[in-house]
Design a protein around this ligand. Structure first.
Ligand SMILES: [Mg+2]
Length: 196
């Protein structure tokens, strides 16, 4: 059972790791995008962390929706609506079916795909989020799930971007890890570190 206390810890862990890796995310985005991913993610998760007392006081599903709303309002770029949709849908699904975490995660990433009009293997965060869903549904261990996510991020390096700003580069997008995939891994590692 995941509780609000876990979400509180996860918020702190996510904000901490995003902040610590902001320059790396910006460097990745500078290579194939517009170089704002680190600053955008840091602004968003700092805003969520600043609101932790309000968010943490809510039941889990409502708290997740609040995180999503805050991210939509603060992250900006393409990532704000995508990560916002992820958390908003997680909250909505868990409100309807409490404790159906894996099913909620699958619905949430499908919502992200719909929001971005994107699918797996287009060099986006979905390249990480989908393999993680498969691993969760297969009942893999937490360590395995994180390992799947790490391998998936590495796999974006040699892929050509089909969606997002990086797709404007065509073949020149090959050879760079996708910044959104990298930030997804940071969030997954942070959450895995605090969940039971
Ligand atoms: Mg960008």
């Amino acid at each position: 059972m995941i509780e609000s206390s876990h979400l509180r810890a996860a918020i702190v862990a996510m904000a901490t790791t995003v902040s610590a890796h902001a320059e790396e995310l910006t460097a990745l985005d500078s290579a194939i995008g517009d170089g704002d991913h680190g600053a955008n993610m840091k602004r968003g998760f700092d805003a969520v962390a600043a609101d932790i007392d309000t968010i943490g006081a809510k039941p889990l599903a409502e708290a997740l929706k609040a995180v999503g709303t805050k991210l939509v309002m603060t992250v900006g770029g393409a990532s704000g609506p995508l990560y916002g949709t992820l958390f908003l849908t997680l909250g909505k699904e868990l409100a309807a079916n409490p404790e159906a975490y894996v099913a909620a995660y699958r619905k949430a990433i499908d919502a992200v795909a719909a929001r971005g009009k994107s699918e797996i293997n287009q060099k986006t965060l979905l390249d990480v989020l989908y393999p993680v869903a498969d691993a969760l549904e297969a009942g893999r261990s937490k360590a395995d799930v994180v390992e799947v996510a790490r391998a998936a991020v590495a796999g974006t390096k040699d892929r050509k971007a089909i969606r997002g700003r990086a797709s404007f580069l065509g073949d020149r997008s090959i050879g760079h890890v996708d910044p959104g995939a990298r930030s997804s891994l940071l969030l997954i590692e942070a959450v895995a570190g605090v969940l039971p």
